[in-house]
Design a protein around this ligand. Structure first.
Ligand code: SF4
Length: 364
């Protein structure tokens, strides 16, 4: 059986013609049902003949992730624990914000791997270890679940506005499926998300970075979190295999569109990377690129390995950056009460009902 949500448009066309003997235009109809009308069964595809629907059902399935739990934070953030077809659990988070006109907009934080191999020391997902990559159908299945949950059926004014690959997993370590997902997201007859509404966040993996940039399919965010190689090695031991200086050098020539900038994510960890000496080093790094900074304040739960930075140090850090003409915005973590904030996603059986890398998405 072919899981039809795993097929790109070209693959679906080939499947419809070669496997089912259908004309090519039939693929366009089925594609729109799958991605625009969020059909969960072939029977819903009413402009496709009954005979074709029957043939489709014989050879293919439409597999959405099953929703295990839905948790809502006091700040409106919603976290889903999803079960994939093989039983693996992943999480996705919906983060609300309001436009200037007061309209509700949602940013969705997507997972792309079950677990993560990078083992960043401040991140719950990192402690899970790596289980496997997610397929395109599983990655985009999260979007289908969100749209169904939101009743979001207006492609011209969608409530679900932005997507950020900042959930569980490192996108550049699942490059193939992430790129396939980005192409389907961009398709005007598919989910129809402009690249301006998608951000892919990486902790800095050499392989794939250039390909992502040259595709122009999403904005880039880099989880920096350290102002020098020594601290990066300590808090992000695997990411630090690619030397910080080499990462910044690669970003100096990263392909950017006019007025586009790389976003650097910087998690302020009390007493680790939040001093003025660190801000000074950070300025030197970021100034080499066309970049801006998102400062995220670490807010530990009991037993977490780091302390929160003090309000005075946060302010001094931010002010120093601005004084050196670096754009730096403090991002409030959302969904902390349901463990949906940045670095808190950790899907497991144990967390069903209390469940929990997260809700620090760029503003919509
Ligand atoms: Fe993986 Fe990102 Fe967590 Fe690091 S921060 S362990 S790359 S999910």
């Amino acid at each position: 059986m072919t899981d039809i949500l795993n097929l790109t448009y070209e693959e679906l066309e080939a499947f419809m013609t070669a496997e089912l003997g259908e004309p090519r235009f039939r693929a366009r109809q089925v594609w729109q049902w799958l991605w625009q009308k969020c059909a969960r069964s072939f029977d819903e595809m009413t402009n496709v003949s009954k005979a074709t629907r029957a043939r489709l059902a014989e050879k293919a399935v439409i597999t959405w992730p099953e929703v295990e739990t839905v948790q809502k934070s006091a700040d409106g953030t919603t976290k889903f624990l999803l079960r994939l077809a093989d039983g693996a659990l992943v999480e996705t988070v919906l983060i609300p914000s309001a436009s200037r006109e007061g309209t509700l907009r949602i940013t969705q934080c997507l997972s792309c791997q079950v677990g993560c191999a990078m083992g960043c020391t401040f991140c719950s997902t990192g402690t899970m270890g790596f289980e496997r990559n997610m397929t395109m159908g599983e990655i985009l299945g999260q979007v289908l679940v969100a749209r169904a949950h939101l009743g979001d059926s207006r492609p011209d004014h969608p409530i679900l506005r932005n997507l950020v690959f900042m959930g569980m997993g490192e996108p550049l370590l699942n490059l193939n499926e992430v790129m396939r997902s980005l192409r389907t997201l961009n398709d005007e007859f598919g989910l129809s998300f402009s690249p301006r509404r998608i951000t892919v966040s990486t902790c800095g993996i050499e392989k794939g970075l250039r390909e992502l940039g040259e595709s122009g399919l999403a904005f880039l965010a880099v989880s920096l979190h350290a102002p020098n190689q020594e601290i990066r090695k300590r808090i992000m031991p695997k990411a630090a295999h690619w030397h910080l200086d080499d990462l910044i050098t690669a970003l100096e020539s990263y392909p950017l569109k006019t007025r586009e900038r790389v976003t650097f994510e910087y998690l302020l960890l009390g007493g680790v990377n939040d001093g003025i000496e660190h801000a000074r080093e950070l300025v030197r790094l970021v100034s080499r690129t066309k970049g801006k900074l998102n400062l995220i304040v670490y807010n530990p739960a009991e037993g977490d390995p780091y302390d929160a930075p003090t309000p005075e140090r946060i302010l001094a850090f931010e002010q120093y950056l601005w004084s050196k003409n670096i754009t730096a915005i403090i991002r409030k973590s959302k969904g902390q009460d349901i463990k949906a904030a940045c670095g808190q996603l950790k899907a497991s059986e144990l967390q069903r009902g209390t469940a929990s890398a997260g809700a620090d998405a760029p503003e919509a």
